[in-house]
Ligand binder design. Structure first.
Ligand code: ADP
Ligand code: GN1
Ligand code: MG
Length: 354
């Protein structure tokens, strides 16, 4: 048994599990937390070592998660269940910050869209998630990552990473940096619409990747939205745009061969139908107008974040090999290029969905 798994067993003993942990292994493919699957004689659980570089205020983060999941549960929505530590607290401080969730059984996560109807179900689920939280008091939420989708700030951070060139990698990313810089004046529309009060602040998920939804293994319907670490005040457009960024691509987020990466209008349409069907009573006219742009923006933002992390020497996103973040940035920029040519078609599609 590796030292890492030995440590996980030690930690597992400090939580209120039903039965003794008999197997623990690494699980899932998130980029932020370190996730394990615990199996006891009676049940399965998810154990996570929370990323303290990314989330500075673990106490506030866990308070958010408990409040949001309580609210969802009361409205009859299946959600994450926090398993307390032996001390009764929602997490454990012991060589890092650890938490346990009940494992939500008979579900699957998708790393890419294999079936159009699954993506439509995801759209409906993320729309419903915002509906369910529309009466949640946002003032109780800690801002777990300030300026998370403030794209103009993300761009300033990216240019700072480019000029400091800490890992001496800027020479390998010139084309990508030029691509992002050439579009510098296109990143401000959502931030300024929020500032001017032209679109509303809502409680949003902010990390609406397809693998952050658990789908029923039999019916393919969405069961639970997970990864609630970034639930904060935000724009409906962040959740729509980020889902399209990840799911309406013909290839994986880290496909090395960019010739395989295309923005898919049919997948965009499927997701839009599901999402707009759910939020139709609440979405405003200006939000509707900005939906196509939000896909472009969230994809460009993610591209600049991956590229900045590559330039910084991979300090934020988990990577499996040396240029993983550069590979990820390239897929995002390929999608951005195609999306900007499809804005008109996306607008037509949105109108038809409404
Ligand atoms: P990260 O922040 O690193 O993305 P996530 O919270 O999204 O971490 O968890 C990583 C993966 O673990 C998810 O994509 C999902 O496959 C799985 N997972 C997380 N929580 C649960 C749960 N309660 N039940 C079943 N699977 C889960
Ligand atoms: C991270 O945690 P995960 O893997 O679901 C990131 C998102 C990015 C995404 C890119 C807290 O999501 O913002 O869009 O990677 N989460 C955080 O795949 O930064
Ligand atoms: Mg995740």
């Amino acid at each position: 048994m590796t030292e890492e798994i030995k440590k996980a067993f030690e930690i597992a003993e400090k939580f209120r599990l039903d039965g003794k942990a008999k197997d623990i292994c690494r699980y899932g493919s998130g980029h932020i937390n370190t996730t394990y699957l615990i199996t006891t004689d009676n049940k399965r659980y998810i154990l996570q070592l929370m990323n303290e570089t990314v989330f500075r205020d673990t106490y506030g983060l866990m308070r958010n998660i408990c409040a949001v999941t309580d609210h969802l549960r009361k409205s009859g929505t299946e959600t994450l269940t926090v398993v307390p530590a032996l001390s009764g607290e929602s997490y454990l401080r012991c060589d890092g910050n650890w938490r346990v969730y009940e494992f939500i059984e008979n579900t699957v996560t998708y790393q890419s869209v294999t079936d159009k109807s699954i993506f439509g179900n995801a759209g409906e689920a993320f729309g419903m998630f915002q509906n369910k939280l529309s009466d949640f008091d946002a003032s109780v939420l800690t801002e777990t990552i300030p300026h998370f989708h403030d794209t103009p700030k993300r761009f300033r951070d990216f240019t700072a990473s480019l000029s400091s060139d800490k890992a001496n990698r800027a020479k390998y990313a010139e084309r990508e940096a030029d691509f992002l810089t050439a579009r510098a004046d296109t990143y401000g529309k959502i931030a300024s619409a929020l500032d001017r009060g032209e679109i509303p602040l809502r409680v949003t998920h902010n990390d609406t990747k397809l693998n952050n939804i658990l789908m029923d293994a039999v019916t393919g319907k969405a069961r639970a939205i997970i990864d609630l670490d970034t639930v904060m005040s935000g724009s409906l457009l962040y959740d729509f745009g980020d889902s399209i960024r990840f799911g309406a691509s013909t290839a994986a987020e880290d496909e090395r061969d960019v010739n395989k990466v295309h923005f898919s209008m049919p997948l965009f349409e499927c997701f839009a139908q599901g999402f707009l069907g759910a939020v139709s009573g609440r979405i405003t006219e200006y939000e509707k107008e900005l939906l196509p742009y939000s896909c472009y923006l969230m994809t460009a933002e993610c591209g600049m974040r991956f590229l900045a992390d590559y330039l910084d020497g991979d300090v934020y996103f988990a990577v499996k090999y040396a240029d993983h973040n550069l590979v990820r940035a390239r897929t995002q920029l390929k999608l951005v290029g195609e999306m900007e040519r499809c804005l008109g078609t996306m607008e037509e599609t949105v109108k038809n969905c409404l």
